[in-house]
Design a protein around this ligand. Structure first.
Ligand SMILES: Nc1ncnc2c1ncn2[C@@H]1O[C@H](COP(=O)(O)OP(=O)(O)O)[C@@H](O)[C@H]1O
Ligand SMILES: [Mg+2]
Length: 274
């Protein structure tokens, strides 16, 4: 059985300050990882600037690696032509960090759902209004909202939590196989974070989705992940099952993770054991 996603010795060097500058930043260095066919939540954890978003962007085909290879279902993740790109995006969808930036404040949020439904309608047919609304409502049902609740609303008329749920629902419309969620709860109230992150566990079970959950929030990563990768300065410094990383942290950052988790709530178990 081939891997769903594989990164093999992926590096990304940014040149800063224009063409003539020699200043280089190695954002990602020699990262290898795989996701198998089995639905899985993989967290990529690391402090700001450790290269997490660069990895997300390369997995989404938005940034080309400087070296190394990224494959999805055995095919290179490249900056494809339009129709290839759409086929790829049908399977791999982003969830963005800040819903207040992802949604234009002057545009009703249902428009985003409808546009995505039109773009990714089955067989490329132009779907009817009813069909588009049905696709949006279906996706919203998975995250505990209904179309009636968001229809006609502007972003500021929804709470941060509702808006981020709507963003996740939008990503579900193409019925993807993989979500890449880059800091999806960092702008959401701390009290709501766990509820949103728990949705990921539910989506994995109900829809057979795999999720790459990128965060610097150590506690949520621990509770929700099957596997954790810890990054520092562009490199993977530790990886393994959520429980294994927590029980036997090798790296100072992993030890900080352990402390954060233990102080957050002593009686919760990681998702993989639940
Ligand atoms: N487009 C870019 N051009 C130049 N440098 C970048 C660019 N994007 C990210 N970087 C740099 O690469 C490093 C990793 O950034 P990033 O992947 O955003 O990390 P993280 O998401 O973990 O905070 C940082 O030093 C950042 O300044
Ligand atoms: Mg980032």
């Amino acid at each position: 059985m081939s891997d769903l996603l594989s990164l093999s010795h992926v590096s990304k060097i940014y040149r800063q300050g224009g063409m003539l500058s020699r200043r280089q930043i190695t954002a990602v260095r020699d990262v290898s990882l795989t996701l198998g066919e089995e639905p899985e939540i993989l967290s990529i954890v690391g402090e700001s600037g450790s290269g997490k978003s660069t990895i997300a962007s390369m997995i989404l085909g938005q940034t080309a690696p400087t070296s190394g290879a990224l494959n999805f279902r055995g095919m290179p993740v490249a900056i494809h032509g339009r129709s290839d790109r759409r086929a790829f995006m049908r399977e791999v969808q982003p969830v963005l960090q800040n819903p207040f930036e992802a949604f234009n404040p002057l545009k009703r949020v249902d428009r985003y759902l409808f546009e995505t439904a039109r773009n990714f309608a089955p067989d490329g047919n132009r779907p009817s209004r009813t069909e588009v609304e049905r696709m949006a409502d279906n996706a919203l049902a998975h995250i505990g909202l209904t179309l009636a609740e968001v229809k006609g609303r502007f972003p500021h008329e929804l709470s941060g939590g509702q808006l981020q749920r709507t963003a996740i629902a939008r990503a579900l419309i193409p019925q993807p196989r993989l979500l890449v969620a880059d800091e999806p709860v960092s702008m959401v109230d701390a009290s709501l974070r766990m509820a949103i992150v728990n949705l990921f566990g539910q989506l994995k079970k109900e829809l057979g989705l795999s999720i790459i959950y990128i965060t610097h929030d150590l506690a949520t990563a621990y509770y929700i992940s099957d596997r954790i990768i810890i990054m520092k300065k562009g490199e993977i410094v530790e990886q393994g099952g959520a429980r294994a990383v927590l029980d036997n942290p090798q790296h100072p950052y992993s030890r900080a993770l352990k402390e954060a988790v233990l102080s957050a709530s002593p009686d919760m178990e990681p998702a993989s054991l639940a």
